[in-house]
Structure formats: C-alpha cells, structure tokens
Ligand binder design. Structure first.
Ligand SMILES: [Mg+2]
Length: 255
C-alpha cells in the first residue's frame, strides 16, 4: 500500500536532524488490529520487522494498557522500551504502583456476579482488571453502573474501545511520554494511538512542541469506534492498515 504523500512528508520532516527521535507507540488497535478477544490479538511479523529497524535508529517505546509481560510477549523486539499497564509498569526503573491485587480480584468477581453474562469478558491484568463488552455492546450501561457502585476508593475507571478497566490512581500515557522524554531528551517525537488513553499522550506531545521539539501525533482510525478525543488531540489520522507503512517510512528516513 502507498502512504499518503502528505503524511510521508511529515514523517521525513520528523526524521531530519537534529535528533534523537522518540517514537511512542500504542499496541492494541495501533500495532495489532483489534481482535474479538484480547488473547487473539497479534502484531503482524512485517510490523515486528519494521519495529526492529526503527528501534535500531531511534528511541522507540510501546505505550500500552497491556501489562508488561503481555506487551513484551506480543512485541518481542530487542531495544524497545515499554510503558505498560497505562504507565504503571515500565521497562525502566520507576516508582512501583501500589499493590491492589486483593481489591482487583474482589472487584472482578463482584462485577462478574452482578452482570451474570457469558458475553462479559473479564481480563485480570498485573495491575488492573479489564471488563470487555465487545461481544455484547449493550452491556456497556449496566457495566458502568456496576463499576460506579462497586469500585473501591483509590481505584479509577478507564474507558476504552468496548472495554472499561479498573486500575489504581496514577500512571497515564501522558506521564509515560513525559518520563520517556526526560530520559532520552528527544528533539523529535512521534506518538501513535487509537483510543481515549492516547489523547493525553497526544496533548503531552503538544506541550513538548511548545518547548521547541518537532512532534507529530498520529491518531489511528478505528472507524466508528474512534473516540472524539483522539480526533481532537491528534495532528492527523491514519488507518490501522497503514501503521506499518508509516513506521517503515520513518525508519527509512532515519537511515
Ligand atoms: Mg490502543
């Protein structure tokens, strides 16, 4: 497929000296097409190959709601950094998030019992619990109501594409991006993402632009599922099918 020439030009502009460049890249819906269930998601081999080239020529980080172990398993590429669990787990040393395991377990059980629907998919991650209602979008409202009632103090609800996730306060992809920027001092930054959690990362990018960095926030379209926050906060939208080509163009321009 051919990349939109205007987008290709923006990527070349990002890749020009002075560097270094930092690419902060979401996983599900961005590198991996959205799958019917989280365990079915895969990053295509050609995308992994492009990430390997990119990681050899720039700082590249996977910034994701997946937990660290799952993200590393899905993107087994040397040289990548990871900000996982919505920024609560990082591949570099950072202050550990509070351990809320017992409360997350209890919440998972209580919500599952309340909704009593085989279509609800409960995914217990290292630092959070995600309630997926992709198989039954009508569960959204009862799920929201159940979480409003059952959520313990100190946990927050993060909405995503046909998922509501309960996790400890703190983290966030904006904080993850700023931590990466402080670590690598990039002169150019690319952020790529498709969901509500990516919008704060895009807005953090704009703050770095005001400080003189060259930045590009690319929203990845999920069609009708694309949240308005993503459209508002990004510089341009691209199709998920074009993400690999965009990253390949960036890697080629960095050579
Ligand atoms: Mg995503």
């Amino acid at each position: 497929m051919t990349l939109d020439p205007a987008l290709a030009a923006r990527l070349r502009e990002l890749a020009r000296p002075p560097g270094p460049l930092l690419a902060a890249i979401d996983l599900d819906g961005t590198l991996a097409p959205i799958a019917p269930a989280p365990e079915l998601a895969r990053v295509p081999p050609e995308t992994l190959a492009v990430l390997e080239r990119l990681a050899a020529r720039a700082h590249a980080a996977i910034v994701t709601g997946r937990d660290l172990a799952a993200a590393r398993a899905l993107v087994p590429v040397a040289g990548l950094e990871f900000a996982a669990s919505h920024g609560l787990e990082t591949s570099w040393p950072s202050a550990p998030a509070p351990d809320r395991a017992a409360e997350l377990d209890a919440l998972a059980d209580a919500v599952a019992a309340r909704l009593a629907s085989p279509a609800l998919r409960v995914e217990r991650k290292a630092r959070s619990v995600a309630f997926h209602h992709r198989a039954a979008p009508a569960l959204a409202e009862p799920l929201r109501a159940a979480l409003a009632e059952l959520l313990p103090a100190g946990l927050r609800v993060q909405p995503g594409r046909l998922v509501l996730e309960a996790l400890p306060e703190g983290g966030g992809k904006d904080a993850a991006l700023l931590a990466l920027a402080a670590r690598f001092r990039p002169r150019a930054l690319l952020a790529l993402g498709d969901d509500r959690t990516d919008a704060p990362m895009f807005r953090a990018l704009r703050a770095l632009r005001a400080d003189g960095a060259r930045t590009l926030a690319l929203g990845v379209s999920g069609g009708a599922e694309t949240p308005p926050e993503v459209v508002d906060a990004c510089d341009a939208l691209l199709e998920q099918a074009d993400v690999t080509a965009a990253l390949a163009a960036l890697a080629a321009a960095l050579r």
